[in-house]
Design a protein around this ligand. Structure first.
Ligand code: HEM
Length: 212
């Protein structure tokens, strides 16, 4: 029952929350879209860190996407020990840079321009990156075992027929990592940064459309 709730009901609810928040923000019905563009930092050091954060988390997420989209290719790559070690080291290095830069970025945003969703999302992202790194270090060679456990689960979710058999047998850290991804999906569009991005994309589309 617990597994069904965590890995079938929660991802569906998260997808629903995400979609409705996207639509509401796009239509200007959400109060998050009224907030100003977030100023994260104005120091040179802060800008540098923000760039390191974007590149490192970008690399990690591209790695995740490649794993989800081409499990066979990743398993083939991992057949040689040297290549497997290289891939794992790359993931851990990118994840460590992401975690460090996230912890060090000096927040200069005023309290009034920060919504509770921003704080919840930042905490969830920290937990997500931390748990991902912990999984990579504690349960080695995840690029191989995850392709036959978590990737089929992700595919089952995308196929709208969630199967919890494999994910339910994963250790707590792995389940926490997967669960946090759903929580981020649900709350992400409600943050100030996402509101600003969706709103400005919406105005750009309206300006370029023939009707607008
Ligand atoms: C359902 C979605 C997700 C699944 C199934 C998943 C699965 C995994 C697995 C299996 C690992 C270990 C990889 C390895 O050691 O080779 C990992 C690591 C990691 N994950 Fe995720 N993850 C998900 C979503 C996310 C999201 C949304 C983020 C970021 C916001 C994230 C950030 C990380 C980080 C930073 C690492 C450590 C670096 C690495 O080894 O790649 N993950 N994840």
């Amino acid at each position: 029952m617990r597994d069904e709730i965590l890995f079938v009901v929660v991802p569906r609810l998260a997808a629903l929350c995400c979609l409705s928040a996207l639509v509401m923000t796009y239509l200007g019905r959400s109060r998050t879209s009224d907030r100003q563009e977030p100023v994260v930092t104005d120091s040179k050091f802060g800008h540098g860190l923000a760039r390191w954060w974007r590149y490192s988390i970008g690399l990690v997420l591209v790695g995740h996407l490649v794993g989800f989209a081409f499990p066979g290719a990743v398993m083939f790559w991992d057949r040689q020990l040297a290549r497997l070690v290289l891939l794992e080291c790359l993931g851990v290095t990118a994840g460590s840079v992401a975690l460090l830069s996230l912890l060090l970025i000096p927040m200069r945003r005023s309290r009034s321009s920060r919504s509770p969703f921003d704080i919840i999302a930042a905490t969830l992202i920290l937990l997500e990156v931390g748990s991902g790194l912990a999984v990579a270090v504690r349960y080695r060679w995840a690029s191989s075992w995850a392709e036959v456990t978590l990737t089929p689960y992700v595919h089952s979710l995308l196929g709208l027929k969630p199967s919890v058999v494999l994910v339910a047998q994963m250790p707590f850290l792995v389940q926490l990592h997967v669960f946090c991804a759903f929580a981020i999906l649900a709350i992400g569009p409600l943050t100030t940064t996402a509101g600003f991005l969706i709103k400005s994309t919406g105005s750009r589309i309206r300006r370029t459309s023939p009707a607008g």
